[in-house]
Ligand binder design. Structure first.
Ligand code: UDP
Length: 326
């Protein structure tokens, strides 16, 4: 029988793709999700527990039933704009919920804890690309809620012999090339799916959130990374911890920055569909540029992304047409 790995938020976007990768790597992913944002259709590679990380009882039951050797923690509220409107909800889910989970993982002597963190913990770039030693001064409650948990995990590595890895994602994008799962948020706020809706004629016009940034064309620079490259990094992180390493924090990005305008051009190329885009105001909490220095993940986890922006957009386009039945 293969080893169980508890995957909170396993019915969500990055979580479900990591369940697929866990299955392919010979583990059994046990999804733990409250389905507030996750999708039941995405649970395809192992058992499912419906529960909430804010409830220690729900979590305790999952640990007792499945006795996981590792925990991959994805469950979180993730929208920067929402976090500015409702910081309490972000701290309840992303901080209180995570501490509940970490406490139980520790109590049940879990040997590996992998945390979904984010480049949003860095804030305003001091230099690019950003390495893991870059200052972490988040520009919004979302980033701060993730940084708090990174710091809790660092304390537990130092003082409590609780091994963990924080993976700082840059911009997760793309989908399973077989379109079994993909990006699906409701409401949708992310640039790529919104642009793809425009390509399908389901929206009329893409609003660029600010074109007066100090970047090469005035729009924000992001490092888009294929969700399956992220999933692969989780398997490596899990194995690294199971092999007895203490862990730490790692950037997960490609090292290539793309402006919003460049992204829109590439989307129009890949889809073969033209659509309108016009600048609007900046979005509160947005960093002008986020680009990863990925060398630490390569050196210590042997991880390197294998998919480019065109692969990301091709897979996202195939999935998006299926999702919209188009
Ligand atoms: N963006 C935009 N228009 C939109 C959605 C997003 O200009 O309708 C911008 C957003 O402000 C950011 C970039 O596209 O600069 C990527 O945003 P996304 O929400 O996809 O990811 P984030 O960087 O917030 O994690």
């Amino acid at each position: 029988m293969s080893d169980n790995v508890l995957v909170t938020g396993g019915a969500g976007y990055v979580g479900s793709h990591t369940c697929l990768a866990l299955h392919d790597a010979g583990f059994t992913p046990v999804v733990f999700d409250n389905f507030s944002n996750g999708h039941r259709e995405f649970v395809q590679w192992g058992p499912c527990v419906e529960g909430d990380i804010r409830s220690p009882q729900d979590l305790e039951q999952a640990f007792e039933t499945y006795k996981p050797i590792g925990v991959l923690h994805f469950a979180a509220l993730i929208e920067v704009g929402e976090s500015v409107k409702n910081p309490i909800a972000f701290h309840e889910n992303n901080v209180v919920g995570a501490i509940n989970l970490i406490s139980l993982a520790k109590k049940h002597a879990v040997r590996a804890f992998v945390f979904s963190s984010t480049c949003a913990t860095y804030g305003e770039p001091q230099y690019l690309p950003m390495d893991e030693a870059h200052t972490q001064i988040p520009l919004n409650p979302y980033g701060r809620s993730k940084l708090i948990i990174e710091q809790v995990l660092a304390d537990l590595r130092e003082y409590s012999d609780f091994p963990s890895i924080a993976l700082r994602y840059f911009n997760a994008a793309g989908a399973d090339p077989e379109s079994r799962i993909g990006e699906w948020h409701d409401p949708e706020t992310h640039a790529i799916p919104i642009a793809l809706d425009n390509a399908l004629g389901l929206r009329s016009g893409f609003r660029i959130n600010g074109d007066d940034y100090d970047t090469r064309d005035g729009t924000c620079v992001r490092d888009y990374i294929h969700v399956l490259d992220l999933a692969d990094a989780h398997i490596r992180a899990l194995k690294h911890l199971l092999a007895g390493n203490q862990g730490g924090a790692y950037n997960l990005g490609t090292g290539d920055g793309t402006t919003v305008k460049e992204l829109l051009e590439t989307i129009q190329d890949v889809t073969g569909k033209a659509f309108d885009a016009a600048p609007g105001p900046r979005r509160p909490g947005d960093s002008p540029s986020l680009v990863a220095d990925k060398s630490k993940a390569f050196q210590e986890l042997g991880w390197t992304p294998s998919r480019h922006l065109s692969d990301i957009l091709r897979d996202a386009w195939a999935w998006h047409r299926k999702l919209r039945d188009a």
